[in-house]
Design a protein. Structure first.
Length: 106
């Protein structure tokens, strides 16, 4: 997972609205980044799908991760997603691309 985390730090954290000017995460100890928590599952989703349609990846994200996430209610509503406050959801297309590029380098 190290190479993916390194690529995520370089490509996502560096531009994340929740990072400081140096690309360092500014979340407090009480806050959790879904991208960090679910990285193995995210990589699994990217590896299990071969499609040019990002919606296919988003559908898998909702089905496999959001459905298990404590922030999502039983009716499918997520207040963090609604407020554009989930970094995983906010940068998901770029996250998929970052993982695919990391695979090509390896
Ligand atoms: S919230 Fe997540 S994606 Fe954003 S800087 Fe922190 S660890 Fe990186
Ligand atoms: S969009 Fe909501 S339910 Fe999905 S991972 Fe982010 S916080 Fe969890």
């Amino acid at each position: 997972m190290d190479k993916y985390m390194k690529a995520i730090r370089q490509n996502i954290c560096s531009i994340c609205a929740d990072s400081n000017d140096f690309g360092k995460c500014s979340l407090t100890d009480d806050e959790i980044c879904a991208l960090e928590v679910y990285l193995p599952q995210i990589v699994g989703i990217v590896h299990s799908i071969d499609s040019r349609n990002i919606q296919d990846y988003i559908d898998a994200l909702r089905k496999e991760i959001c459905s298990e996430c404590h922030s999502q209610q039983e009716n499918g509503y997520c207040y963090l997603r609604e407020d554009v406050n989930c970094s995983l959801d906010r940068y998901f297309p770029l996250i998929v691309e970052t993982i695919q590029r990391a695979d090509q380098i390896a």
